[in-house]
Structure formats: structure tokens, C-alpha cells
Design a protein around this ligand. Structure first.
Ligand code: GDG
Length: 731
């Protein structure tokens, strides 16, 4: 049984962030006044927010200015509006959220539009949401972010609140890898989400798709059985938590609704936002087919379709509206008689009380989405079956189909099949209808919205997940196929890769077990080990203390050891004097514990000891000094590297070693693995992309061109031990 974490205490405030605030707003003389909106999620989360305190962060849907107060009417929790400009509404909301993500996440790729300018605004707005949630969440036990409009917000919250419990719920499907990877920004979005401790989806297949995507796109380590992801130094729990409805409220509303006006026709009901994912045209075509195949239903049955206007700013939705008008006209024209029209089509909302009466009195609910995260209409229909039970016909492509097994399932693309199933629903005996409805109702009453909130909070409160330490099986899965019986050229950075980072480089000694593993690798006759470091050549040779290896010091400007000739970049001679001049200028910046490491042609300015609030100015001065002296400055871990601008880096050094040692056709001779932990290693990762397997060690927050990530030095040691011990056909 997983343990609870006191940090995520059930008593501490909660911050909820969703695209829209759960209110509608009006400007008045007293400031903004809000009216609660009727959504189910609000009623479920409000009691939690009232009890624990906290904030709801979201876009009010109208123009507000930052800081404008919202009349609070004595609420126990705060409202934090995030203002959006007109351009942001267009690009973040109508654009990236609704024209790119919405269709793609529903596996309707041809409808998706990709526009880099939309993504820029999506990123920007997500940062704003994340920063607002973080500001509100300083004392929070949980920051809970909702839905596809805010996939990047978790990373921003994490930047400000490294230790706060952070969870996400996706209300729509998560598509398979082959669909998700169509997105030019797939890596960014996955990384944004992986800042969470918990990511929950409606059903297991979405969770599995997500695991598949992070494994294949980011090279994250995934435990499919436990549903955990390890990405860099962070782990995330992935769960399927199917959303429920306020069952008893719907049931009560159905009981209280006025009796039906006339029982003349039997009703097949469709209720949706007017959205192309909902399969409304397909439903109408299935109904038309029913009338063709089973003419006995003519003049006896109608299809009542309520379509709530939605996203009419987006062209695809306007097109769908026109298409539906056309289909309704055609079918009604074809079958209508003096006293009967087959389709009654309402393009508007109806109030909830009335809606529940309509649910109750319908004979069949025909719920036919082409893809749907969950679909609450199916559940609400079931809750409202308080009298003669109606039949639920449900698309197998809705998340709801995972649990609502007693519904009659259809494939919405199969018009004939849907028509036959509809016929079966309309002719089903009462006994069978009652059995199915009873089972469905029992489950939905038990797994209602309150139960969902409770399980979400429980999962979010479980102690931070940890995966078992990396072991042979993981490395085998990643590398066996890659290495086969090839010779291995193994490149390793030193600081932060082989040795944990310390406050002073002289203290970053090589742990004995790492040295042992290095020696064991080097002793194999099918492995060549090279150490590639920013330290001076002599320094890194001394720190590693295994002389038979090849060493590249000063970011590869000097190379020595192994069976290749000593190398020193030919342009270095021009820089010795300049390095001295730069060094004496940097001395002036050696305040508050900062110091400069002299490494011959390169220098490193270390500011780890400098208090955080003094760093910014110092770092700026150092960078401009470096540039003034004609050097290049590069950021490293609490340090700035000054390097001669001679177009040489760790990537080129690795290539030099490979070509010198194995010849120009090296890629046919050897397999290359490179392991590094910092920005300067990215040059090697980029150089070697597609030609090697590369590992970035450490934080999940930095983007990387590496194939995979390893959490820490211990994982590097485990990799070395595995490489040393592995069975090779050649050895
Ligand atoms: C997303 C996911 C997931 C509809 N017409 C009227 C009306 N409604 C209400 C229904 C229901 C809601 O709208 C629709 O919910 P769905 O779940 O069917 O669909 P989406 O809006 O697409 O929601 C979906 C959901 O998020 C939750 O996670 O299930 O898969 O796409 O509650 O009752 N309500 C009123 N009048 C109407 O005319 N009052």
C-alpha cells in the first residue's frame, strides 16, 4: 500500500487551474461580479476548495485587467483571473488549443492545423497561468491543473515551486504515439507535463498511450506495470481515473421534472456540443438507415438532437453546422409526413432541469462520438432513468465505453451496424432494459463525481513515486540491439557525470566504485574509453587516475592518451596571452567567494559560493568581460566558461578521436555511447545525433538533444558496470 506524504497534507490549501474560471462575469459599478456556472466539475471541486482554502486560477472569458478585484461574496477561496489579449484568445485558445490540440488528441489528424505562431502564444499564456498558480500556491498542499489548454503550465509551476505537490487531469483522450508525434512540439508538451507528480487520464488506454509517447519521444524510463515515468531526476505517477457525474443530483432533477407532454412518438435522443468529434452526422445517417431498413419505425420514432453552439470562431465548426443543416433538411424532406418529421433538431442549450426531463423520457440515448475523452451525456442519461428504463447506445470510441459495459456498443463509422443496434434498442424487452439500466446505474451511483475527486486527491497525496534503481534489464532493453557485437567507443564527461558536483572542483573526486567500473570497461578488448572534460588535460587525467584511457581536456582543445597521437588545437598559441589578460580582468569579479580557474587557453569563472541575489550582476559583468577579450562565454553549472572562439567543442573533439582511431568509416566499425551532464555536452549530443546513443545526466528541466536521460551519477555507474559485465559475442 502506497504511503501518504505529509507535504501533500489533506488540510493544506489547493490551487486549481483551468482554462476558464467556473463563473460568468459582468462588469458593474462595484467591480466585476460573478455568477457561478453550472458545470459539474465546479460543484465537485468547490467543496474541496471551501474546506481546505485555496485559489481557482483561470481566464474569466471577458476582458479584465490584472489586479482587478472580483466581488467575492464571502467565498472561502480566492479567484485569480488570468487576462488574455484578443490575439491570445485567437492564437492560444481558438488556435493552438482548439485547432491543433483538440483534433489531434481526438486522433482526427486531418482536421489539425499547425501554426508556429499559435504555439508561441500557447507557450506564453501557459507560462502566465503557471506563474499565477505558483504565486497562489506557495503554501498549497496541491496545485491541480486541468486539461489540454494547459499542458505546459506544470513546468512553469515547478520552476517556482520545486517541492509542491503538482497534479494534472486530462479531460480529453491522449492519442497513440503515431498520432501524437505529428505535433512539431511533441517533446515540449510532454516535458511540460512531466513536471507533475501525478498525471491522470479518464481511461487506461490514454495512460498507456502517454507512457508510450514519453518513452519513445523523450527516451524517458517507463515502468508500464506500475505506471511510473522517470525523466531525469524526477518521477511521475500515471493513473487512469474515470470521471463520474453528480449522480444523485441528476436523479433528483429527473424525478422533479414535469411529466412528458405527449407520449405520441418514441424518442431517440442525441445531446452534444456541436463538435465534429461527437459524430452527429454519422448519428443522423444511422437514423436515416434505420428508417430505410426498418420502415415500421417511420411515424413512430423521432431523433431529437440538441446541439449546443460551440467554438463557432473556428472554421471547422461552422462547416459542421452547415453540414448538419443540410443533412437534417435532406432526411426530413425525404421521410416527413403530414404529422411527423423524423429529426427534431435544436441548435441551442436547454436548462438543466428540462434536460433531465428529456433524458428521463427518451427511449434511447444514441451517443456516437468518433472519439471522446469520457462523455458525460451517457452517464447523465443513465442517472435520469428513474421511470421506464431507456436504452443507452454508446460508441465504443468514447472513454465511457470502458466502464459502461452494459450499454449497446456501436462503431459510429459503421452506419448499417449502428442502425441495426438502434433497432435492437428500440425493440428491446423491458426485462433486458431494466437489467442493463440497473447495472449501469449502480456503477455510476458508486463511481460518482465525489468518488472521483476523493480518488484523485488520494493519488495526488501518495508519497512521491520512485522507480526501482536502474538495472541490467533496463540497459539491456535500451542497448542490446544497438551494441550487438560491435566495438564500443565510450565517451564520458567527468564533473556531474562520473563524479558528483561539489562546491569546489578539487573536491569532485571520482567515487571508488566508478573508478572500478571504468577500469573494468577499459580492460575489455572491445571497449575504448575516452574522458571528455572542460577541465585542463592534466587536471582531468589526475582526477580520473586511470592513465590508459584517452583524455580530451579543455573541452577537447587538447587530446592525449590511448593509441592516438597527442592533439593540441593549432590556433591555441594565439590565445595564451589573451587568456592571461582576461584572467587579470576577471580577478576584479572575484568577490563573495567567486574565483577563476586557470586552465591554460581557457578559463572558468565559478560563482557557486556567491549568494543568489548577487549573482545576476556579477554574471553579466563576467560575460561582457569575456566577450570584450574576444572569447566566447558559455554557461555551465554555477560557472561561466571562457573559450577561444575557434569553432571547436566537445562534439568536434569526439569526432576527431573517432576519425583518428577508427578512420573515416568509423560509424561502420564502432558503436558510440556518450554520457554527459551539462550544456557543453549538448554540442556532442547534437554532433552524434543519429550516430550514437547519448545520455544526459540530471535535471529533467533542461531541454536536451540526448537520446535518453539518467537521473544521477549512481545511474552512470550502473551503466558502466553493465557495459563492463555484458556478454558480447566478440569477447
Ligand atoms: C469534455 C470531453 C469529457 C450539453 N447540452 C446541454 C448541456 N450539456 C452538458 C451535458 C454534459 C456536458 O454538456 C457535455 O459533456 P461531455 O462529456 O459529453 O463532453 P465535452 O463538453 O466535450 O467535455 C469529454 C468531459 O470533458 C469531462 O471530462 O467527458 O469527453 O470532451 O454535462 O449535460 N447542459 C445543459 N443544456 C444543454 O443543452 N444544461
Amino acid at each position: 500500500m502506497a504511503r501518504k506524504d505529509s507535504n501533500a497534507s489533506a488540510e493544506r490549501p489547493v490551487v486549481v487551474a483551468s482554462n476558464r474560471l467556473p463563473f460568468t462575469f459582468k462588469h458593474t459599478a462595484k467591480g466585476l461580479v460573478r455568477e457561478p456556472s453550472a458545470g459539474g466539475l465546479v460543484s465537485a471541486l468547490e467543496p474541496v476548495l471551501r474546506k481546505r482554502g485555496g485559489t481557482w486560477v483561470g481566464w474569466p472569458g471577458i476582458d479584465v485587467w490584472e489586479g482587478e478585484s472580483i466581488a467575492a461574496r464571502g467565498e472561502a477561496y480566492r479567484i485569480r483571473p488570468v487576462a488574455l489579449s484578443e490575439t491570445e484568445v485567437q492564437r492560444y485558445y481558438h488556435g493552438f488549443s482548439n485547432r491543433t490540440l483538440w483534433p489531434l488528441m481526438h486522433s482526427l489528424a486531418p482536421q489539425a492545423r499547425f501554426d508556429a505562431r499559435d504555439f508561441v502564444h500557447y507557450e506564453e499564456v501557459n507560462k502566465r497561468f503557471g506563474a499565477a498558480a505558483a504565486e497562489e500556491g506557495e503554501d498549497a498542499g496541491l496545485v491541480w491543473i486541468h486539461d489540454y489548454q494547459l499542458l505546459l503550465a506544470p513546468a512553469e509551476v515547478r520552476k517556482h515551486l520545486p517541492d509542491t505537490r503538482l497534479a494534472f487531469f486530462l479531460h480529453i483522450p491522449f492519442p497513440p504515439y503515431d498520432i501524437f508525434r505529428l505535433l512539431p512540439w511533441d517533446r515540449e508538451l510532454l516535458r511540460g507535463l512531466l513536471a507533475c507528480d501525478l498525471i491522470a487520464f479518464h481511461v487506461r488506454s490514454y495512460a498507456q498511450n502517454f507512457l508510450d509517447c514519453v518513452e519513445r519521444t523523450l527516451g524517458a524510463r517507463v515502468d508500464k506495470a506500475e505506471m511510473l515515468v522517470e525523466y531525469g531526476d524526477r518521477s511521475t505517477r500515471i493513473r487512469a481515473l474515470p470521471l463520474g457525474i453528480e449522480f444523485e443530483r441528476y436523479e433528483a432533477l429527473a424525478r422533479a421534472a414535469p411529466p412528458p407532454q405527449s407520449a405520441r412518438e418514441r424518442v431517440v435522443l442525441g445531446i452534444d456540443r456541436l463538435d465534429y468529434t461527437k459524430g452527429i452526422p454519422e448519428r443522423m445517417l444511422a437514423f436515416e438507415r434505420l428508417l430505410e431498413l426498418h420502415p415500421e419505425h417511420r411515424e413512430e420514432v423521432i431523433l431529437l438532437q440538441i446541439a449546443v453552439p460551440s467554438r463557432s470562431q473556428v472554421a471547422e465548426y461552422r462547416k459542421l453546422k452547415r453540414e448538419l443543416d443540410e443533412i437534417v433538411g435532406r432526411i426530413n424532406g425525404r421521410f416527413a409526413t403530414a404529422g411527423w418529421s423524423p429529426i427534431r433538431y435544436l441548435y441551442r442549450t436547454v436548462d438543466q432541469q428540462r434536460l433531465c426531463g428529456i433524458y428521463r423520457d427518451a427511449d434511447v440515448a444514441l451517443v456516437t462520438p468518433l472519439r471522446d475523452g469520457m462523455n458525460l451525456v451517457a452517464k447523465e442519461f443513465v442517472a435520469c432513468q428513474v421511470e421506464a428504463p431507456g436504452v443507452l447506445v454508446l460508441s465504443r470510441l468514447a472513454g465511457a465505453a470502458d466502464t459502461m459495459r452494459e450499454a449497446l456498443m456501436v462503431n459510429p463509422y459503421d452506419i448499417d451496424g449502428s442502425a441495426e443496434t438502434l433497432h435492437r434498442a428500440l425493440t428491446m424487452e423491458e426485462e433486458e432494459r431494466a437489467s442493463r439500466a440497473t447495472a449501469l446505474r449502480r456503477r455510476e451511483r458508486r463511481d460518482d463525481l465525489g468518488a472521483w475527486v476523493t480518488s484523485f486527491l488520494e493519488e495526488a497525496g501518495v508519497e512521491r513515486p520512485t522507480l526501482a534503481p536502474l538495472q541490467g534489464a533496463d540497459f539491456s532493453a535500451w542497448l542490446d540491439n544497438f551494441l550487438k557485437s560491435y566495438r564500443l567507443a565510450l565517451f564520458l564527461d567527468y564533473d556531474g557525470t562520473l563524479s558528483p558536483l561539489r562546491e569546489h572542483p578539487s573536491k569532485a573526486r571520482l567515487p571508488p566504485r566508478v573508478r572500478k567500473a571504468l577500469i573494468a570497461c577499459a580492460e575489455r578488448n572491445d571497449v575504448d574509453v575516452s574522458i571528455v572534460s572542460g577541465r585542463s588535460l592534466a587536471d582531468v587525467q589526475k582526477m580520473v587516475g586511470v592513465p590508459e584511457l584517452t583524455f580530451a581536456g579543455n573541452h577537447g582543445l587538447e587530446i592525449d592518451g590511448g593509441d592516438i597521437p597527442h592533439f593540441s588545437h593549432e590556433d591555441l598559441v594565439h590565445y595564451r596571452q589573451r587568456a592571461e589578460a582576461l584572467a587579470s580582468d576577471l580577478e576584479r569579479c572575484e568577490v563573495d567567494g567567486a574565483w577563476t580557474e586557470h586552465k591554460g587557453p581557457t578559463l572558468t569563472y565559478h560563482y557557486r559560493a556567491v549568494p543568489e541575489n548577487r549573482r545576476e550582476q556579477l554574471v553579466e559583468d563576467v560575460r561582457s568581460n569575456i566577450v570584450l577579450h574576444g572569447y566566447q562565454s558559455r554557461d555551465a553549472h554555477c560557472a561561466i566558461e571562457a573559450r577561444p572562439p575557434i569553432g571547436w567543442d566537445k562534439g568536434r573533439a569526439v569526432l576527431h578521436i573517432l576519425r583518428t582511431r577508427y578512420g573515416p568509416a568509423w560509424s561502420e566499425e564502432v558503436r558510440v555511447i556518450y554520457v554527459g551532464d551539462d550544456q557543453t555536452d549538448e554540442d556532442a549530443f547534437r554532433f552524434l545525433a543519429g550516430l550514437s546513443t547519448t545520455f544526459r545526466v540530471g535535471s529533467a528541466d533542461t531541454p536536451t538533444a540526448a537520446t535518453r536521460r539518467l537521473p544521477d551519477v549512481d545511474a552512470v555507474r550502473a551503466l558502466l558496470e553493465w557495459l563492463a559485465a555484458r556478454q558480447s559475442k566478440q569477447s
